[in-house]
Design a protein around this ligand. Sequence first.
Ligand SMILES: [Zn+2]
Length: 276
Amino acid sequence: MTEPGTEPGTEPGTESGVLLIIGSGHSGSTVIDMSLGRRSGMLSLGEFDRIGDYLQHDPTCVCGLRFSACSFWQPLLAEAPDAAARGGDPLVLAGAVARRMPDIRWLVDSSKKTERARALHLRAPDRTRVLHLTRDGRGVMGSHSKQGFRNLADFARAWARDNTAARALVDELGPGRARHLTYEEFCRDPDGVVSGVLEWLSPGMGAAPPRTDRRTHNIAGNRKRFTFHKRVVEDLGWRDRLSSDDLDAFEREAGALNRAFLDAPGAWSLRAAGDP
Ligand SMILES: [Zn+2]
């Protein structure tokens, strides 16, 4: 574990740390990223590796304005142009964040790519933490099938491959730097889990209240970013959507790994740990 007093961003105005969410898409990373970003000291970037698409296509930001008119992103990127030029580099952005928003201690980047997280951690091991997020792979497959995804055996293989790589990074970095969270545990107690993650990032932060400015500016992610609200409901639509053949295909490719994730002891919620 990091020694007390050496956590990134502990002193106002010093460069914040970066929490990197890794794993598969459709696993709840947008809602978890935004839930973390609502707490004091936290700033949600969303899928920051897609900043180049935003610069090119100028979509609507979560704040409702075009990206080119967003009062959050434009001044930040003007001050740290290399953050975008380097494919979305949160460590570079952190310098501009420290100057413009000195109360921010952790940026949340839900780009989800394991190798990107490994490279960022190598550059700044004391300022990066990795959160491997998994969701029941059958639910992820159900989400994909809604979008017309047909080759479900290929999907299951890719899901297993991506999550095996993410788990390997978590094992490699150890619990002080990297940990695993399930979407299912988050849904059971969203506020408790968010507090637990914050407490892990910087002891004492778990009690941080929600930010007073509720406006967020996540990049990409799924459409939940436009309808985000406090109540989190686990999406179990896959149970009706997937056929027994679909489920058999998943079981063959990824069943054992999926059960290992689902059976992992949930340890995040501060309330579950005995707090009132
Ligand atoms: Zn915006």
